[in-house]
Ligand binder design. Sequence first.
Ligand SMILES: Nc1ncnc2c1ncn2[C@@H]1O[C@H](COP(=O)(O)OP(=O)(O)OP(=O)(O)O)[C@@H](O)[C@H]1O
Ligand SMILES: [Mg+2]
Length: 327
Amino acid sequence: MTISGNAAQTDPATAMEKSIPALEPGRIIAIGGAKGGVGKSIFAANLGTFLARQGKKVVLIDLDLGGANLHLYMGVWALKHRINDFLDKKVAGLEEIAVRTPHGPLLIGGGSSRLGAPNLPFVRKLKLIRAVKKLSADHVIIDLGGDTSFNILDFYLAADTGLVMTTCDPASYMDAYIFIKMGLYRRLARLFGPESGWHKLKDDTVKRIIADFLDQPGNTNGHGIGHLLERIGSEAPSKAYLVKNAIESFRPRLLVNMAKSPSETRDLVTRLRKVALRMLAVEVEFAGALPPDPKVAQSAHDLVPDVAGNPDGVLAGFLGGMCRKLI
Ligand SMILES: Nc1ncnc2c1ncn2[C@@H]1O[C@H](COP(=O)(O)OP(=O)(O)OP(=O)(O)O)[C@@H](O)[C@H]1O
Ligand SMILES: [Mg+2]
């Protein structure tokens, strides 16, 4: 079982907290980041291929419902079935639309060719999230689109491990910060939703205070999460642990792709971590920095994951280190 939201292992102190289900770190891995073109899909394809080459059962899922292209990066030109077939009940289970890719992982392809495809109604999204959590695999890797729509945030929060990808460009790392902030706010907004591990601990006072906080632009823009914690502390002190737990266990992992010099990367990571801690009380973990690699760029053109054709290359070495740390 997993809790709702990529998270660190919590240390439950009370009987209530013990009812929060345990995590399986690294089983469901989501790759997010609010900017397009930073390398999320190509990274997902390579991470999946890398883990499959290590003998793991891997399912890749393209949940970039507005711009699905993961199948291409996996060398699959035409998809017989897409996620919409599952949502439209043309098939009974997600497994039925998974195809074996030439490089090992199974793939559940997304579909963006229908008007409104990315705008999933809540009930359909819940059905999809539940089906993703039930998939039988060592690792389920979710590729996401580059924005902060509710659907993307909810898919991200459904994962056990959430990566946030950025480059060293200001537009990209500012968007990465916004993605982290929106991820946290969505996690709080959905704290007692049916998809949440805290669902059974629903508390109306906490819910109202969170809703008030998120409704006030002054709170969410200027003062950060401190305001929320103060109010919960004074109006619902016995339930403050719920919100603290939800914040502390939200652990986005920052991944810098096409990183520039080590000093520029270090400055970016240090700044972003500092701001996230001060404004959001969120510990952002640094998952690593990947340099620009002409072989990776070429593999995006050739539609063969770099680690398949180049198992001793820079990307494979990077993934080995990252997986040892995160999975
Ligand atoms: N490490 C890298 N070195 C060189 N080029 C890279 C690297 N990572 C990604 N790229 C380049 O970035 C391009 C965009 O990658 P990708 O499609 O994975 O981005 P994305 O974040 O998934 O975008 P979107 O949000 O639009 O789906 C690729 O075509 C590839 O050429
Ligand atoms: Mg993509």
